[in-house]
Design a binder for this molecule. Structure first.
Ligand code: HEC
Length: 169
């Protein structure tokens, strides 16, 4: 390749660069306010189920145990009893379950998946996480329940389960 050809290529390159720069400049002159207008558009609100749930304590402060009772009757009652010393149905009786060790009711045969959590006790936070998506909490659990997506509904159910304790006389 001779030097003449190199010069031609260099010139062509320069022209292309100038043309490109020029059109970029012209473009930005034509739409000077576009960026400013866009930043004024409000960001979409995050939905409750994107992993950004408010802390369970906050939710429980506004929770409604009576609503939770209704939800539990509809969504849990076919598999769980809520009565003191109630029977195991498909799942174990849930009276007094809050604060007990996970998967630790003597008369009930838990899956290995849930028994793996035995060292932990049921707190409102764990219970909410469990009923959000049982199979994510304990992959392979035999609780065939898809979960409750609404953090508010879960808090209501947790508030209801918190009421299932022996009356102190
Ligand atoms: C289709 C039946 C079914 C439904 C519906 C169901 N469960 Fe269960 N649940 C089970 C079974 C089965 C287990 C035992 C899971 C295991 O051993 O893996 C269980 C276990 C549990 C436990 C653990 C108890 C312990 O002592 O550790 C809790 C708490 C619980 N369920 C709460 C609920 C709540 C609250 C709902 C409703 C929102 C619900 N379940 C809906 C069948 C069900």
């Amino acid at each position: 390749m001779n030097s003449m050809r190199l010069n031609q290529m260099g010139a062509a390159f320069l022209i292309a660069a100038v043309a490109l720069g020029g059109s970029w400049a012209a473009g930005s002159l034509l739409v000077p306010h576009r960026a400013a207008a866009q930043s004024a558009v409000p960001m979409p609100q995050s939905t409750p189920d994107d992993g950004q749930d408010p802390p369970i304590e906050t939710l429980l402060a506004h929770a409604d145990a009576a609503k939770g009772h209704e939800i539990a009757d509809h969504q849990c009652g076919m598999c769980h009893s809520f009565a003191p010393h109630g029977p195991s149905v498909i799942g174990p009786d849930l009276f007094g379950v809050m604060g007990t060790h996970i998967g630790d009711i003597p008369d009930y045969e838990f899956s290995d998946a849930l028994s793996a959590h035995k060292k932990d006790v049921w707190t409102p936070a764990l219970l909410s996480e469990w009923i959000k998506k049982p199979d994510a909490f304990a992959p392979g659990t035999k609780m065939a329940f898809p979960g409750i997506a609404s953090a508010t509904d879960r808090a209501n159910v947790v508030a209801f389960i918190q009421t299932l304790v022996e009356e102190k006389n």
